[in-house]
Design a protein around this ligand. Structure first.
Ligand SMILES: [Zn+2]
Length: 293
């Protein structure tokens, strides 16, 4: 029953895509009979991978050319090819067309995974044999990338707030504050930099504040479309105005010692906050930097 219902759902998707432009496909007349449903679902791509034994002298490019694929498809399907060197005799798998294999993490639906990759659910459903609860899927037309699975762009602030990665004087969270001599909550990161170093926006956004604020000193606040906010404090100079749009890497000002810095050594105090019912809540910026190193 379950299969049949999903079969109908699938035909429904196709039907919607077709709209009123073309006559219904013959198979749609008998959409509630299982044999027809099976007829439109090919064997899943992952069950019909070809095997290829590597021979001396072959290259990633030459094998890709032989099977009319792009090298990224072979790299993604065969993690062993991502290491060097690969010994002749090693067997690799060859999909019938370009795409990647993804595993469905426990607790996630295949539809969520397909959405994260911006793939078409109706196409993915069909090439994977109309499975209702697959544990792995082949996503046709999605290119493998060494950076790993795509992270929804909106959640990513990909830049670094200074021209070069630098040492962290004080991390996020409860920290012994050397100036105050007691443990206080530190809402951002203190990144060592000399006075006058350019301070850069870590992502595209709009200037929400540019001026003096108690404790922060000269402060620039950028609101990003993802519901995130970044703050750059203790600046010497501010070079943007409220309402101005900025892009990743744009100069917001320069490192200074204004306000009440948590150490006497010049640094940029950098914060990431997210919008919530409680207002802008600080979060640990460290995870955003892992992609840089
Ligand atoms: Zn600080």
């Amino acid at each position: 029953m379950r299969f049949k219902r999903l079969g109908i759902l699938f035909f429904g998707v196709i039907g919607n895509l077709m709209g009123m432009l073309v006559a219904p496909l013959p198979m749609m007349k008998s959409q509630d009979t299982q044999p027809e449903a099976q007829a439109v679902c090919p064997t899943p791509v992952l069950s019909r991978l070809k095997r290829h034994r590597l021979e001396a002298g072959e290259t990633l490019e030459s094998i890709a050319r032989q099977y009319n694929l792009i090298p990224a498809t072979l790299l993604g399907m065969n993690p062993i090819l991502q290491q060097q060197p690969v010994t002749p005799g090693t067997e690799i798998v060859i999909p019938p067309y370009n795409g990647i294999q993804v595993n469905i993490p426990p607790g996630r639906s295949w539809q969520e995974v397909v959405k994260a990759y911006n793939a078409r659910p109706d196409v993915v459903f069909e090439v994977n044999g109309c499975q209702t609860q697959p544990t792995a899927l082949f996503l046709p037309g999605v290119n493998w990338s060494p950076k790993g699975p795509p992270i929804p762009a909106l959640s990513l602030l990909s830049g670094y707030p200074l021209p070069q990665p630098t040492t962290m004087q004080m991390g996020y969270g409860w920290q012994l504050n050397p100036v105050l001599g007691r443990v206080v909550f530190h809402s951002g990161l203190d990144l060592t930099a000399t006075v006058g170093t350019p301070v850069l926006s870590v992502g595209a956004g709009k200037i929400a504040f540019a001026g003096e604020r108690e404790g922060y000193g000269k402060l620039v606040v950028v609101n990003h479309s993802s519901g995130k906010q970044t703050r750059y404090a203790h600046l010497d100079q501010i070079e943007v105005k409220v309402g101005q749009s900025v892009n990743l890497g744009d100069i917001l000002g320069t490192v200074g010692t204004t306000g009440q810095p948590d150490s006497h050594e010049p640094h940029l105090h950098f914060e990431i906050r997210y919008n919530s019912d409680l207002g802008w809540v600080a979060e640990d910026p460290n995870p955003y930097f892992k992609v840089k190193q």
